[in-house]
Design a protein around this ligand. Sequence first.
Ligand code: FAD
Length: 288
Amino acid sequence: MFPSPFEYQRVNSVGEAVALLAQNPNAKLIAGGHSLLPSMKLRLSAPSLLIDISRIQDLSGIRSMDDGATMIGALTTHAAIASSEAVMRDLPVLADAAAVIGDMQVRNRGTIGGSLSHADPAADYPAVMLALGAWIRAEGPGGARVISADDFFTDLFTTALKSNEVLVGVKAGPFPAHSACAYMKHPHPASGFAVAGVAAVIWTDGMGTCTKASVAVTGATAKAQHLRATEAALAGAKLNEGSIRAAAEMAKDGLNCLSDHYASADYRAHLTTVLARKALMKSVERVM
Ligand code: FAD
């Protein structure tokens, strides 16, 4: 199908994008176009103006900050994140997720800012953002603000971002020694989107005891969420196959899973426990 007619304007700065959004309430930003264009072709979205932010230089790239945190610009592609030495070293859970998004074409064009703003319930990054405790930076007419990942994803395809704001970047870390993280997903066989995906971050005392865990699921529920029972079971536990299996089994507690023709709610709940175990086991392998 063809999209509805629209105007197109390319901008060179975030300020220009914010000004155009303010003047055109029915405008949409376009970054990689890999979520927006399909939804326009399906007539699920019909913006009157596309504001192309893809050439704004300042929004691309990955920086290690003085405090050890990592800052990722909104226009950084999934491919750049997956192959970044800084991300692989400091936030390997994010590199894990970026590497399994869609196919090579999607990873080469799709951006982290576009993915987070779109908030597809089956997208990979939301679970990673929650598990990392990341901060999302937005700029609008009133200036810049940061939103915690916990507050950012509010519902299916809905975020705390205002319609006149541009997501400019994501900040995560630093993580102390003896911590580790990993992401595991069950991809949909056609699209590659997450039927379920679990991101885990564990902090340990360096002698095999977990001091804290942050574990989150995407794909299984309407929006990504923490697996609180699993997190609570791991805090203070000696990390071994038995304790991880028991904690992962609790992942389905209280989950209100989605159901569709490919995967029932029960199957998604089961996948969540399996993927939680695998993500935790991989984290433990990385920290030991
Ligand atoms: P766009 O399509 O350009 O924009 C998406 C939305 O975000 C639009 O509403 C736009 O206005 C808004 N937006 C974009 N950038 C900003 C910004 N900086 N600030 C505010 N709003 C902004 N994703 C996964 O997570 N896992 C998968 O396995 C996966 N598989 C895919 C397979 C296929 C075949 C396709 C087509 C897509 C797949 N995706 C998957 C989605 C892909 O990752 C998209 O690239 C991503 O969701 C959107 O990024 P984009 O840069 O293309 O955004």
